[in-house]
Design a protein around this ligand. Structure first.
Ligand SMILES: [Fe+2]
Ligand SMILES: [Fe+2]
Length: 161
């Protein structure tokens, strides 16, 4: 009787152990995180290049905003890469295609479009992470999403002015 009880207890314990298959992961979520990372690397370079090379009187007000957003994207890239590493994936080093645009309006359109696409994609990641009960990844992307919505708002406001 005691032996049976012990056996059951052991089985129960194994059931409750942190599942390493979360680490071994789902290749799909890893792929999505790497695509997100490539987009963040794109953002860092795109906004940095824009704020550095910007000329004209509008640059005094727009360049500091772009600089700040570029730094936000770097923080995102680092957090996503850390999560990828934890999940057993290999963080990508290649950015998604960089689109700097020509002139303020075209440039800001490219930036607003990049943020809009990012927002839609991060909502997909949040849904996917939730379906896999990966609540840490879900929370991470929900937090990053609040920044991306702010960025989108900043770019669209600049386009209106
Ligand atoms: Fe970002
Ligand atoms: Fe952003």
């Amino acid at each position: 009787m005691i032996t049976i009880f012990k056996k059951q207890k052991v089985e129960k314990k194994e059931e409750n152990m942190p599942k390493d298959n979360q680490k071994k992961n789902n290749p799909n979520l890893i792929e999505m995180l790497n695509k997100a990372l490539a987009g963040e690397l794109q953002g860092i370079i795109q906004y940095m290049w824009q704020h550095i090379t910007m000329v004209g009187k509008e640059s005094a007000s727009i360049a500091p905003i772009l600089k700040k957003i570029s730094i936000d994207e770097m923080k995102h890239a680092e957090m996503i890469a850390e999560r990828l590493n934890y999940l057993g994936g290999e963080p990508i080093t290649k950015p998604a295609p960089i689109k700097v645009g020509h002139g303020f309006e075209e440039m800001l359109h490219e930036d607003a479009k990049a943020e809009e696409d990012t927002i839609a994609f991060y909502k997909e990641i949040i849904a996917k992470a939730d379906s896999e009960k990966d609540y840490v990844t879900k929370l991470l992307f929900a937090n990053i999403l609040t920044d991306e919505e702010k960025h989108y708002d900043q770019f669209t406001v600049l386009l209106e002015n």
